[in-house]
Design a protein around this ligand. Structure first.
Ligand code: 3PG
Length: 409
């Protein structure tokens, strides 16, 4: 049996009352940049109970939003407002990370107060990536901030697959409440999932998702994969179907680099890999159902799966005892492409309630869909992780988990 390497000092193992704590969290959110507003954020929702557990400490939050060069690479002022709104307590914000303003605010912070520092990725060395975690301790940010606090909790589970300074670079690190909850529910799937198990695979990061799927077919844990989004496009194109230039260009590089592996895997598991039978395009604001063969004719992005596919997917979900969703079947940000995502969340609720299935939703969008339709409490668990969850499901040791193991206080 595969075992997850879990070995850390928990925030529960030390007395944090009255202490000053840096807490690295992942509140990377889907932002409506026109309104400069956070859309539904399951990560902020998950942070609220964690902050409540630590309410007798002075908490300095460090987090990131997006990546340099992306449209939604912003300051974290809106995140502070959103946390404040959901938590019902003030959250201070400084547009600084370890400069004079940040240091002063940290020194003045009292137990019971929360301070959010600015987007850590605005500091260029953050994303450099260190294999030797002890080297990251010699960076300016760690050297200035670490001595100002009693403990560092690293709880950015959604970014646990990144060996970034703020995630692996502190001299001593404690695991936080979000990480504990996440590992508890993922452990079951990794070590001994109840079968049949199905993965619902959608959204972007097609090749990573394909590889996670392959790993779980190869190790015998997975019984079905319901492929949609770019993963489906990738498979269709590998099989020689033309999916239209707008679709093709997003997966072209991955296709070229992995075509043989994709075909070989598909051939081996073709009865278990379920592909869509129909797709949806945006026809002047309305949903138009097209067949797979028509995708090339319309030559536009196919943003969702159609009704026949949803029916087929639902039927399989209802046969399974373990259901993991990673990525939505449609482009959830756009209303016109939301329907299948909502229907698959409903199917997961039904499987949880009627079949006592273990249902886990990963990746921000499906979690947001569940929250928006008021169904978040009716699946087994909404994970704050997308990419990190995939890495775990692919059997990899995550940098954050490794750092927690190597840097126990
Ligand atoms: C995520 O959204 O997957 C995490 O916050 C990590 O972000 P990244 O993929 O930009 O490193």
């Amino acid at each position: 049996m595969m075992k997850m390497k879990i070995d850390y000092t928990s925030y529960k193992d030390v007395d944090l009352k009255g202490k000053k704590i840096i807490m690295r969290v992942d509140i990377n959110s889907n932002i409506d940049m026109e309104k400069y507003e956070i859309r539904e954020s399951p990560r902020i929702t998950a942070l609220v109970p964690a902050l409540n557990e630590l309410k007798d400490s002075a908490i300095i939050l460090i987090a990131h939003q997006s990546r340099p060069g992306s449209k939604d690479f912003t300051d974290l002022d809106i995140h502070a407002k959103e946390i404040e709104k959901q938590l019902g307590r003030p959250v201070k914000f400084v547009k600084d990370l370890f400069g004079e303003e940040a240091v002063k605010a940290i020194k003045n912070l009292n137990p019971g107060e929360i301070l959010l520092l600015n987007n850590v990725r605005k500091w260029e060395p953050e994303m450099k990536g260190y294999d030797d975690f002890s080297k990251a301790e010699n960076t300016e940010m760690v050297k200035i901030l670490a001595p100002l606090v009693d403990y560092v909790i690293v709880d950015a589970f959604g970014a646990a697959h990144r060996s970034h300074v703020s995630i692996i670079g502190w001299p001593k690190m404690l695991a936080g409440p979000i990480t504990e909850k996440e590992l508890f529910s993922l452990k079951k799937i990794v070590e001994a999932p109840e079968k049949p198990m199905v993965m619902l695979i959608g959204g972007a990061k097609a090749i990573d998702k394909f590889k996670a799927m392959k790993f779980n077919f190869d190790n015998g844990k997975l019984d079905y994969a319901l492929c949609s989004g770019l993963t489906a496009i990738l498979i269709f194109e590998a099989l020689g179907k033309k999916m239209g230039e707008p679709n093709h260009k997003i997966i072209a590089k991955d296709l070229e680099a992995n075509k043989d592996m994709i075909l070989e895997t598909y051939k081996k598991y073709k009865d278990k890999i379920i592909l869509p039978e129909d797709l949806i395009i945006n026809d002047n604001g309305s949903r138009k159902t097209i067949s797979i063969d028509e995708a090339a004719t319309y030559n536009t992005t196919t943003g969702d799966i159609g009704p026949k596919s949803v029916e087929k997917f639902k039927e399989i979900v209802m046969k399974c005892k373990t259901i993991i969703a990673n990525g939505p079947p449609g482009i959830f940000e756009q209303e016109v492409f939301r329907k299948a995502t909502n229907e698959m969340v409903e199917a997961m609720v039904k499987a949880t309630e009627e079949n006592n299935a273990l249902t886990i939703i990963g990746g921000g969008e499906m979690g947001a869909a569940a929250t928006m339709s008021g169904l978040a409490d009716r699946v087994s668990f909404i994970s704050t992780a997308g990419g990190a969850m995939l890495e775990i499901l692919s059997g990899n040791d995550l940098p954050m988990i490794r750092a927690l193991r190597e840097k126990k206080p």
